[in-house]
Design a binder for this molecule. Structure first.
Ligand SMILES: Cc1ncc(C[n+]2csc(CCOP(=O)(O)OP(=O)(O)O)c2C)c(N)n1
Ligand code: SF4
Ligand SMILES: [Mg+2]
Length: 306
């Protein structure tokens, strides 16, 4: 499992330069800055079409420093990372360079899932990181497989999305890979620790990081950290690691096995415009979703102690 990280453990070196084209308050900017510090310069990253491409900018004007990045077609981020990982193995550099595919939720849960599944099944030695802003944000907030129930997007404008979020970490765990973890932009130490751990393990590692997005979710730019924390504190987005089948809740989610320690889900939903038209019945549906999620987690945690 990931080692506990303190603020002074985080690298001073900045791989993301000041000034980029992301919206102010973007959760992805925070995630990427911390992830690059954990990964270091001996890293090659593949990035599909997404807000992350915008962060990188164009050759000659890029905001990312010292780390090699390859922009790939939307559906090929895992396939291109697989090719790079194979080439490095053949050159005898498989242990020297970390290969990372870094993609949005659309590029992961929908359009890139086939390539990701194939790479995981082939035991490709790479980290796949999905930053999840819960819609196709770069093209104007279209619904993805990872958009939550009830959320209004430009393709679910009348009643909001009718289905719950696809549980991608569970899908990846079913591939029997050595490391799966969740995190959130509001917890930089957690992000850092989990990238560091993923880097140490050979084989396919999958990180799924919730990434609040002010324009897509409908809140003020200064509230990104607060909203991300509410996702965790209400139990909507549990933080955990699964290393070689062992499921461990991360701080601060470990206390949320007790439902009385979770904040009401309304605290999270009511501060975002995308959920502003939820009916009472839909709110109940959300509560049921969180309850089911935690019933499952409880079983997983109990399995570890048997
Ligand atoms: C094959 C293909 N289809 C559609 C697009 C248009 N496109 C570019 S970015 C994007 C949205 C990506 O969504 P996501 O992966 O969730 O990343 P985000 O933009 O939210 O960061 C889309 C649909 C494309 N570039 N290529
Ligand atoms: S649309 Fe959302 S994810 Fe994209 S740059 Fe803006 S805040 Fe970040
Ligand atoms: Mg997205």
């Amino acid at each position: 499992m990931a080692d506990k990280v303190k603020l002074y453990d985080i690298e001073d070196e900045e791989y993301m330069l000041a000034g980029n084209r992301m919206c102010s308050g973007c959760g992805l900017s925070l995630i990427y800055r911390i992830a690059l510090k954990a990964l270091g310069p001996d890293t090659i990253i593949t990035v599909p079409a997404s807000c992350l491409t915008v962060l990188h900018g164009m050759q000659g004007f890029t905001s990312v420093n010292k780390i090699s990045v390859l922009n790939t077609p939307f559906e090929t981020v895992a396939a291109s990372a697989s090719g790079i990982a194979s080439a490095l193995e053949m050159m005898g550099k498989g242990n020297e360079v970390t290969v990372v595919a870094f993609a949005g939720d659309g590029g992961t849960t929908d359009i890139g899932i086939q390539g990701l599944s194939g790479a995981a099944e082939r035991r490709t030695n790479f980290i796949y990181a999905c930053y999840d802003n819960e819609a196709y944000m770069n093209t104007g907030v279209q619904r993805s497989g990872s958009t939550p129930y009830g959320s209004h997007t430009t393709t679910t404008p009348i009643n909001g999305k009718r289905e719950h979020k696809k549980n991608m970490p569970r899908i990846l765990e079913a591939h029997d890979i050595p490391y799966v973890a969740t995190s959130c932009a509001s917890y930089p130490l957690d992000i850092y620790a989990k990238f560091k751990r993923a880097k140490e393990i050979k084989g396919t590692k999958y990180l799924h990081i919730l990434s609040p997005c002010p324009p897509g979710w409908g809140y003020s730019t200064q509230d990104t950290i607060k909203i991300g924390k509410l996702s965790v504190e209400t139990g909507f987005w549990p933080l955990y690691e699964i290393e070689r089948g062992k499921f461990v809740l991360s701080h601060p989610s470990n206390k949320h096995l007790d439902p009385s320690k979770r904040k009401p889900i309304e605290d999270y939903l009511s501060v975002q415009k995308r959920f502003s038209r939820l009916s009472n019945e839909e709110m109940e549906e959300f509560k049921e979703y969180v309850k089911n999620l935690w019933d499952y987690i409880k079983k997983r945690v109990e399995c570890n102690t048997q």
